[in-house]
Design a protein around this ligand. Structure first.
Ligand SMILES: *Cc1c(COP(=O)(O)O)cnc(C)c1O
Length: 196
């Protein structure tokens, strides 16, 4: 934390508006610019972002969510909190990312969402995953907790027409102490997520 960051926090404390104020709005606008997403919504953590997104998509008991077997526990916590079932797909040894070739065999009529993780800032093979999502009519929630600044074929993560979750925990690329961001492209989801 340099002098500029500390000054920024002081300015916020003195402004008389401590949460969901003009600084949050400016931060969200910067995120839209960076990712190319239509909407960005700041939240209290990446985990909170995942929770809201699953609620926004109306994920409930009986639904299945495909996610890599190596990820952060909170993704699984939020899936099970919603009553849904995480379905694991193995990772590639060389990228530590989900092996997109193994996804199709895990899809059932209960599958609703794929949650790939851009592990340690290395982008997943989005072309393959977007193709599968289109073919089987599935939604993608990119877990971009450590994906800020990550591009796949010139597109920033979160810019693929579905949605992404970012984290600002101190272990991640940038920090707000704790915090997170949802980015997405959907007018209907926007009003629902803001309400939630
Ligand atoms: C850190 C992390 C999260 C959760 O972020 P928090 O802001 O700590 O809730 C989710 N997924 C992955 C892959 C992470 O590394």
């Amino acid at each position: 934390m340099g002098g500029k960051e500390i000054q920024g926090v002081m300015a916020c404390l003195k402004s008389g508006w401590l949460t969901t104020g003009p600084l949050c709005k400016a931060f969200e606008e910067k995120f839209c610019e960076l990712t190319g997403a239509s909407y960005a919504l700041s939240v209290s953590s990446g985990t909170a972002g995942m929770h809201l997104m699953l609620l926004g998509l109306d994920i409930k008991r009986g639904d299945e969510i495909i996610t890599p077997s190596m990820t952060f526990a909170s993704t699984l916590n939020m899936i099970t909190l919603c009553g849904a079932k995480p379905i694991f797909v193995d990772i590639h040894y060389d990228t530590l990312n989900i092996n997109a070739d193994l996804i199709k065999e895990k899809i059932t009529e209960k599958t609703k969402v794929i949650v790939p993780v851009h592990f340690a800032g290395a982008p997943v093979d989005m072309d393959k995953i977007l193709g599968i999502a289109k073919k089987y009519d599935l939604f993608i929630i990119e877990d971009a907790a450590h994906g800020l600044g990550t591009y796949y074929k010139g597109v920033h993560v979160g810019g693929f027409g579905h949605c992404a979750i970012f984290s600002f925990h101190p272990l991640k690329n940038i920090t707000t102490g704790e915090g997170g961001m949802i980015t997405h492209h959907d007018d209907h989801l926007e009003s629902r997520l803001r309400l939630l």
